[in-house]
Each structure stands twice: as C-alpha cells, then as structure tokens.
Write a protein that binds this ligand. Structure first.
Ligand SMILES: [Zn+2]
Ligand SMILES: [Zn+2]
Length: 664
C-alpha cells in the first residue's frame, strides 16, 4: 500500500533555515517509510475479514509506530516549514520581501486597532507597520462601513422582499447525535451502540458524537454514514482516512483534515500526501474496477476499528476522476475567484458583511482571498496546490459564493476556545476556528485510536439503503439495530410518513432511548403566513413591541426606516424576526396535516414532548416545552444569527418509543 512516490517533504519550498530541517526530515521519513512498509505488509496479512481482530504481533508493532510518530514529520502542518502550529506567531513574518527576516517568536501583543494580528514586541510591530497599515486602515474596519448598493444609492441586486430571505445553505452547528448524558448515561461504558447518518453531508456530527463518548468507553461503536451523492460520500471517506490512518502524527493529520474540509488550496506536502491517501483508499482496486459492480474497501484506523466502504463502481468513478485530475492550480484558483467575485454575488456578499462586526468583516475578506482556513497573520504562500476534493475534474470550484465554514460549528464555543487554546482575540475569528477545529479533529483521532469505533460509508438512495438494511445486506447493521438514526431534512423531500416507514422499523427495540431524528426548514412552504418575516402585521407588532421596551431604539429605527428596504439594518431586523416569533401553533397544524402522530404510532413511535438530543429550534434549551421562545444574550444572538447564519424558522423533531411505558 505504501506509495513509491517521492516523500512529500521533498517538495517543501527551500528556505535557508528550513533547508537543513527539510533534509533531515526526508532522511527521517525514509527510515519511517521502511518501518511503515513492513508494518503495513504485516497488517494486510492480518487483515483478511471485515473488522477482524488484530494479532498481538501487530499490536506490538502499532505501539512502535505510534512512538515513532512523534519523531517523524510529513510536513503536513500549517507552519512555515510544514510543522503543526500550536500558537499565534508574531505577525512580522511575511516572506514576500526576501530580504526581510521572519520573526519566529510567539505573538502576544495585539494590534490595538484591528486586534487581528499579534506581535512579540513593539519593535516587530513597528517593523511590520508599513505592510500592515493598509489592512489596519481598510474601510471594512470602519464602524460606519456601508454596502456598495447603499453608497451607489441603487436597489440591491437580490430581491428585497422579506419573503425571499432564507439562509443559502442549510448548514447548522454540529451536534452530538447520541447525547449520552441526557439518555443512556455515561456510566454504562461497555454498552455497544449503532448509529446511522442516513443523509450525511459531512463528518461534523460524527466528530461531535464520537468526541463526546466517555474516554473510558469500552463498548463497540459502529456508525453507518450514507449519502446518495458520490462526491460527498467519497470526500468524507478520504478525509476520514487522512485523519485516522496511523501514518502521520495526530497533530499533523488534524491540521491536514481542517484544510481538506475547508481550504481551497493545500501546501505541496499536503497535496502529495492527499494523493497517497487516494492510492491507499482506491489504489489496489482501481485497475480491477472494470470487471466488478461493487467497490469495497477496508482500511485500518489508528485504533482497533476500521473504515469500510461499500459503493457501486459507477458511483466511485466521478469522484475519482475529480480527485485524480491534473488541472493546474492557477486555473482552479482563477475559477474559484470567478464564482466569488461574480457581479451577481457582490450585493449578497455585502449583505453578509453588513451583519458582521468590523474585524469579522476583515477576517472573512482574508479567508475569501487566501482560500485557506488559518489564523489571520499566517503566511499562506505555501498553499499553492488546489484541494482536489473541492474542485470538479475540470477545475471548477464546487463551493458556494458565500461559503462560510463558521455555519457548521458553535461560534460562541469557537471564540471561547480560541482564547483558551491559543490566546486569540475573537476578532481573528478564523484563527479561533482553526484552533478549535484542530482540537476537535485531534480529540476525534485520539478517541478512534483508544476506543473501538467502526465506520461504514455507503452511497445509496436512503430509501433503498433502508430496505437493504432490513434485508441484511450490510452484515454489521442487520435490521432493527440502530440506537439513533438521523434522517436530516429528508422529511422535506419525501415527507414524514416515508421517513417513519423507512427508518422507524430499523430502530433498536431493546433500547428505550433509541430515537429517530428529523428536521425541516420547508414545513412552512405552503403556509407562508407562518413566518414573521413574511407577515407584515406581525412584523409591525414586533417592531412596536421592541420600540416600546427600548426607547433608544425609537430614534434609531427612524433612520432605518428612512432608507426603506435598502437599509442593511432594516434587512437585518427582518431577517431576525423569526428568532422572536412563536411558530408552534402553525407548526402543530403542519404536523397534524401530515398525520404525524397516527403514522408514528403505527411503528410504536411518538413525538417527544421534551427533546433529548437536539433542541426543537435554535436558541432554546434541550428540554424546552412547546411555545418556548429563544433566550439568548446579545452576543449569542450575534454568533447564531450573523456568524452561523442559522435559519430561526427551522424545526427539529425527535421520535421515541411509545410502548411498554418507555418514556418518549
Ligand atoms: Zn491592525
Ligand atoms: Zn516578532
């Protein structure tokens, strides 16, 4: 399995202090590769069946390799020499001007104006000022910055009607789909669990769930990850393998995984390492595909568990073309920029920026321009290779123009942990996100290393998959075995009835906490009056209520209304109305029209009055009752509404057992 390609570290850009290090890395790496080759050959001879137990001989070798990990490096980190970064560097480190020396100290003093960069000393700050001044004086950092459409006194290109607002993509903060503390409890450490993510777009919820397993958990944890989109499922497969295969150190793998998920460009060693991972995942079978109908791969992880994938050969073809493509990086990055800077997207981008604090506007600008998820001051010049997981086989950018990685995580937690892990100001929001994600991915890799976690990735239409599981097509998931099933927003496509009929029978009847999770953002599509933002009367009442409570708002609102629907503040206000509106009666009407309770009862299921996995709507507590309204502080509201862009009209459903006095 070990590739014969040159070591990825060999392609590190030479730099005077880095060169010696690179040479020693290459030498160390070849010793490491030899060792690894022997171990992997041993591994494949041990590895005859799905999820076989490892021999004691292999386990001894595994211990040897893990201790080696600390000494050897693949150069997959985000630092200037490919080393993982653990803190914020002094910002005085740009290499664009060759004559300038790179400061290698840790940054500790923030730039007082933008708070986006840190310096080790006043000397470095002064030295860096000529290069930093244009950033620090950027109009985005002005409190009174206005979108282009306001300055040009024209209507924005997006339709201003309140009804048209809905967050572009429905990504919301990751959650723990098991939530043991609220359900089975963390004390039963040897209980086995089976989970199903029936329409899994990425590995965020998986990471959150595995990370929340107790560290002393001794049971077996099996997860089925399915998506009918071949590119999505294969992207997840490759990222999981890159993070969980035992070759690189966990620190390096965690940083690599951050970039594979979110960065448009990779460093040379990371791009080379990605190709090696592809060889491992697809390589041995690639030549033999023509004669087979199914693609099966079994891959080892850092721990006892395995990654297994069952797909059709036809399904693997297009992602493989994409991942193995050869378009050059200039073309890819040009194509990406074409999407981001398209004239039709300018006003939407400005609208997004108008919701942000000044420093966050600047942070987003930087992320957009570099395409690399890293701290603000990080030197991203090394990231010159396209991340082939995010571009089509022709080099077309597959991301959206308003791609926002913060949508998928808890923005409040990100800022708190940014300060805790690396003493970063919340202004450097992508720095906070980088360290937060690295920490999450590291914990995930350690959990997989220490516990028995197994992954099965499939690429089927969910309804066909459900029937296949009932028929015992996937041996480790046989019939009614799942402790949790997350069907995501499938109910919006196929209806609640089909979701219940497909997945209800697959829940584990032995587990009183087993639950079927759904969510909907389209439930109001035939009830437009359900939303505050589409209901002028309600909107007016809410405005008046707000003005009554906060007299200072009165005069502010006058200014806002004077600009009409061109006013970014008014747009913001309308967008946030649904956070403060009680939709429960109309939502109930929707559930009744869908015949939800009788259909669920036919499968011995019922809607839980109090949730145990995910709150019913954004901003309320987990056990919130009906009609409970979001209760969040001003800054939590900013994090939810502006950074995570959550859709406050989205609704979450949980079904639990209704028989044998089992609590719902
Ligand atoms: Zn500054
Ligand atoms: Zn310095």
């Amino acid at each position: 399995m070990v590739s014969s390609k040159p070591s990825p570290t060999a392609s590190l850009a030479p730099s005077v202090p880095g060169l010696v290090r690179v040479k020693s890395l290459v030498r160390a790496n070849s010793i490491y590769q030899n060792m690894l080759g022997r171990i992997q050959r041993q591994r494949s001879s041990d590895d005859n069946s799905l999820f076989s137990f490892q021999s004691p001989h292999f386990q001894k070798r595994s211990t040897q390799i893990l201790s080696l990990e600390n000494l050897m490096s693949f150069g997959l980190g985000s630092g200037p020499y490919g080393e993982p970064i653990r803190h914020i560097m002094c910002a005085n480190q740009s290499t664009r001007i060759r004559a300038q020396r790179r400061c290698t100290e840790q940054g500790s003093i923030s730039c007082p104006r933008c708070q986006l960069v840190k310096y080790c000393s006043e000397r470095c700050q002064k030295q860096h000022w000529p290069r930093h001044s244009s950033t620090c004086a950027h109009p985005y950092l002005e409190g009174n910055w206005q979108p282009e459409w306001v300055l040009q006194e024209r209507p924005p290109s997006f339709a201003c009607s309140s009804a048209t607002f809905s967050p572009s993509s429905f990504v919301f903060p990751a959650f723990d789909a098991l939530n043991l503390t609220q359900n089975e409890g963390v004390e039963f450490i040897d209980k086995n669990y089976k989970l199903c993510f029936a329409a899994c777009a990425d590995i965020r919820n998986l990471i959150e769930t595995v990370n929340n397993l107790p560290s002393n958990y001794q049971g077996r944890f099996d997860v089925l990850i399915n998506n009918s989109d071949p590119i999505i499922i294969n992207r997840n497969l490759v990222i999981l393998y890159a993070l969980l295969n035992p070759e690189p150190s966990i620190d390096e793998a965690a940083e690599l995984a951050v970039h594979l998920m979110y960065s448009a460009a990779l460093s040379a060693p990371s791009a080379a390492y990605l190709q090696r991972c592809l060889d491992d995942v697809y390589g041995s079978q690639y030549d033999n595909y023509s004669g087979n109908f199914s693609f099966r791969t079994y891959l080892s992880t850092r721990g006892e568990g395995k990654i297994c994938s069952l797909q059709t050969v036809a399904g693997v073809r297009s992602p493989l073309e994409m991942f193995m493509s050869t378009y050059d990086s200039a073309l890819a990055l040009k194509n990406r920029w074409k999407v981001l800077a398209a004239p039709e997207n300018v006003d939407t981008w400005d609208r997004f920026l108008s919701r942000l604090r000044p420093s966050h506007r600047m942070a987003f600008k930087r992320f957009r321009e570099t395409g690399v998820l890293a701290p603000f001051a990080a030197d991203t010049n090394r990231f010159m290779h396209p991340n082939r997981l995010l571009f089509s086989s022709q080099g077309t950018w597959l991301g959206k123009s308003d791609f926002n990685p913060l949508q998928g995580w808890d923005a409040t937690l990100i800022q708190v942990s940014g300060a805790k892990i690396a003493m970063i100001e919340s202004a450097d929001i992508f720095g906070c996100l980088f360290f937060y994600l690295k920490d999450q991915f590291r914990r995930f890799a350690y959990q997989v290393k220490n516990l028995n976690v197994n992954f099965v990735l499939t690429q089927f239409d969910p309804q066909i998959l459900a029937r296949g599981i009932s028929a015992g097509v996937i041996p480790i998931f046989n019939g009614a075995c799942f402790d949790r099933i997350d069907t995501k927003d499938m109910m919006d496509d196929v209806g609640i009835e089909a979701c219940l009929a497909d997945w209800g029978p697959l829940l584990n009847r032995e587990n009183r906490f087993a639950s079927l999770l759904m969510h909907s953002r389209a439930w109001h599509s035939e009830r437009p009056y359900a939303l505050a933002r589409c209901n002028p009367h309600v909107a007016l009442m809410l405005f008046m209520h707000k003005c009554f409570k906060i007299p200072a708002l009165n005069s502010k609102l006058k200014d806002v209304f004077a600009q009409g629907l061109r006013s970014p503040a008014l747009l913001r206000l309308i967008e946030s109305l649904d956070a403060f509106y009680d939709h429960d009666d109309i939502f109930q009407e929707f559930l009744e029209a869908e015949n939800t309770e009788p259909i669920a009862a036919a499968f011995d299921l019922g809607l839980r009055p109090h949730h145990k996995v995910h709150p019913k709507r954004f901003g309320v507590s987990l056990d919130a009752c009906a009609h409970q309204m979001p209760d969040v502080s001003k800054s939590q509201f900013y994090d939810l509404a502006s950074l995570c862009e959550v859709d406050f009209s989205a609704r979450f459903l949980e079904f639990g057992w209704s028989f044998n006095n089992f609590s719902l």
